[in-house]
Design a protein around this ligand. Sequence first.
Ligand code: AHM
Ligand code: MG
Length: 332
Amino acid sequence: IKEDLALPVGTTLDRFIMRKQEDFPFATGELSQLLRDIALAAKIVNRAINHAGLTDIGGAYGKQNVQGEDQQKLDVVANIRFIRALRNGGEVAAIISEEEEGIIQTGNMKGKYIVAIDPLDGSSNIDVNVSIGTIFSIYRRTSELGTEGNLEDCLQKGTEQVAAGYIIYGSSTMLVYTTGNGVNGFTYESSLGEFFLSHPNITIPKKGEIYSVNEGSFNHFPEGVQQYIELCRVRNYSARYIGSLVADFHRNLMKGGIYLYPITQKSPLGKLRLLYECNALAFIVEQAGGKASDGQRRILEIEPYELHQRCQLYIGSTDMVEEVETLLVARG
Ligand code: AHM
Ligand code: MG
């Protein structure tokens, strides 16, 4: 019996990646391998997160590991795990991470790809058992094969991403990614150790009724944003703010809504990082039919000039993002 090639819900991530690769007869499988490496690190980080509370129970999990070293903080663990997986995988020439100052050379000079990663975003939520996430972007290197990755490789515009995704460690763990051909979501089944396709072809509603913003900083927001928030209140929209970008983004992607992180007194350029946080989610939201803007420009078209560059972020349902943009133009 010839197998049905339509991908049924329940397909494993590995199988999904393999089948997608078959659509590109000249593909060498390196990007597929890279995505599998990320998924593997995600499983390891997921396990560490699930054990997080236990580290405080004397003896149960231990404040020290087997070598007698102190347990490291989860964001440090996640950083190490993802870097190790990408280094061992061999497809990545260089990595940039929110956790590290400069470029991380993997030693794989024949690797075709560059990865930008926020290994564990929402770190203020780690200790209080609230959802956190990993965000990643994949670029093709522009430098010559056989050399180290350089700054130019890492400072590419978001439009140059070949793939991007996030992992949400929530009530269940999910991996959501795009390679520029729609967005698909996979849910982790821990007893089988597999991600299964659970959310094929994700699309974001054009309008939504959820707004996510740290309203405590309201007085410092630009007038246009204040006016938008007032409109949300008048319209009785739901205010939902977890303080974990991945979780807030994921909910709004599923239900329709907008996430806003404007400039504030404390963060005069915005808080979120263009390369580790904004670009990946912008690629995903556009692939799902939504929009991502810094108030004036499409996030994906912002020219990066430094690794840890920050920007404002307005992301989610198209109509909502456009309304904020219009108010920002009119009111500043
Ligand atoms: P982090 O990279 O230090 O974890 O900061 C990013 C986080 C986002 O996950 C979240 O949306 C935002 O910061 C919350 O910031 P605030 O507490 O200012 O509202
Ligand atoms: Mg972060």
